[in-house]
Write a protein that binds this ligand. Structure first.
Ligand code: PMP
Length: 421
């Protein structure tokens, strides 16, 4: 670990982001487990964030990647190939309405950049509305849509306005989605010409600390945006592919159908892949010029993506996310009754958050305590994430094969660590 640390310091970006006092050197993964250099096994309750939907090194996904690599790996431009066409067909079968045209990218940032550009081209408007506390990427456009100073640099990010976050725990209107939605109406009226290009949001904010948008929020906002001539973009980079359990896509939990859906992470089970899915009518804007992405949807990544869809279906991973996630949330909620430091337990399926506060009334973020607890939990063999604007929210997003026994182990370990503190 020390040797890697020194090399990273010398040869890699000085902007390092890593967990734990003593970072882990992970050398091997198998389903919901990760192994360090000494062979020690960890239960991975955060791999979902870093793209693993089916489980680390899922044999069927690995086989698909190896077989396609042995056959051909190439750019997606110029020649035809079955892998990309089959994957696009299969992917659109999972989407509602007229969402039938796919553009593949290599990351979530690229997908959101493309979605925002398409909305601007289609509507002829420039203004985009996103939510405070959102994360949508780190290129110029998506950094504009991202709304947390933690992730923003002072470069030109024109035409993006940030509306009040419909955060049931910390927001001023509690769980009243319709009240927050009024702020979008205000932004349209006071900050734009009255016409907008798009509204973009996650259904559950991931980086923002597992914040589930207040009920009825999206349906109300989508109406306002449509009235202002804009398109609605759902960023499903974290919430897609069955993670929320009850539905395949996060937006379905709010009963809306977006005009554009973006995805990445879980789509490839660890392979760099992203996608934008939209309607034929909106997709048409890209025929005005040449448009391509050298590696977006390349044969190897497409083969992986197709295998992921197959595995999610075959192994009923969405159903598992629902069953295990509901059970895990119940157990975490019970833990809240036991420990003052837990201010809130939230999320859906296998996308759960536990917010730590040092004072429940004031909701004072327990920033120091969470670091201590994460190290203790790691010491007992469980890896969980953290996030939120104040960095005080445990993020629990395991591979979707996470079992009830894993859930029990995770909660018992968390309980023990908090009790000992
Ligand atoms: N959207 C959301 C909701 C994300 O969480 C992320 C990454 N954390 C992105 C977009 C950007 O994806 P990528 O890092 O693949 O560019």
């Amino acid at each position: 670990v020390d040797e890697i640390f020194n090399k990273r310091k010398q040869f890699l970006s000085p902007s390092m982001l890593y967990f734990y006092n003593k970072p882990l050197n992970i050398v091997h993964g198998k389903m919901q487990y990760l192994f360090d250099e000494s062979g020690r096994r960890y239960l991975d309750a955060f791999g979902g964030i870093a793209t693993v939907s089916c489980g680390h090194c899922h044999p069927e996904v690995v086989d698909a990647i190896v077989n396609q690599t042995n056959k051909l790996q190439h750019s997606t431009i110029l020649y035809f190939n079955h892998a990309i066409a089959d994957f696009a067909e299969s992917l659109t079968s999972k989407l509602p309405g007229d969402l039938k045209v796919v553009f593949f990218t290599n990351s979530g940032t690229e997908a959101n950049e493309l979605a925002m550009m398409m909305a601007r081209l289609y509507t002829g408007s420039h203004d985009i509305i996103s939510l405070r506390n959102a994360y949508h990427g780190n290129a110029a456009g998506t950094m504009g849509a991202t709304a947390q100073c933690n992730w923003k640099f002072n470069i030109v990010q024109s035409g993006v306005h940030h509306a009040l976050n419909p955060d049931p725990y910390r927001g001023i209107f509690g769980s009243d989605g319709k009240m927050y939605a009024k702020d979008v109406q205000d932004v349209i009226q006071f900050s734009t010409s009255g016409q907008v290009a798009a509204f973009i949001s996650e259904a559950i904010q991931g980086v923002g600390g597992i914040i589930e948008l207040a009920p009825s929020y999206l349906s109300t906002v989508y109406s306002s945006i449509k009235e202002a001539g804009g398109l609605c973009i759902a960023d499903e980079v974290q919430t897609g592919f069955g993670r929320t359990g009850s539905h395949f896509w996060g937006f379905e939990n709010q009963g809306v159908v977006p005009d554009i859906v973006t995805m990445a992470k879980g789509i490839g089970n660890g392979i760099p892949l992203g996608a934008v899915v939209t309607t034929p009518k909106i997709a048409e804007v890209l025929t005005r010029r040449n448009y391509f992405n050298t590696f977006g949807g390349n044969p190897v990544c497409s083969a992986a993506g197709l295998a992921v869809l197959r595995v999610i279906e075959k192994e009923k991973l969405q159903e598992n996310a629902h069953a295990v996630g509901s059970y895990l949330k119940e157990r975490l909620t019970a833990l809240k009754d036991k420990h003052e430091i837990i201010g809130d337990v939230r999320g859906r399926g296998l996308m759960l958050g536990v917010e730590l506060v040092s004072d429940r009334q004031q909701k004072t973020p327990a920033k120091v305590e969470i670091l201590h607890l994460m190290d203790q939990i790691k010491g007992m063999g469980v890896l969980i994430g953290k996030g939120g604007f104040y960095g005080n929210v445990f993020r629990i997003t395991p591979p979707l094969c996470f079992s009830r026994e894993d859930a029990d182990f995770l909660v018992d370990v968390m309980d023990y660590a908090i009790s000992k503190m």
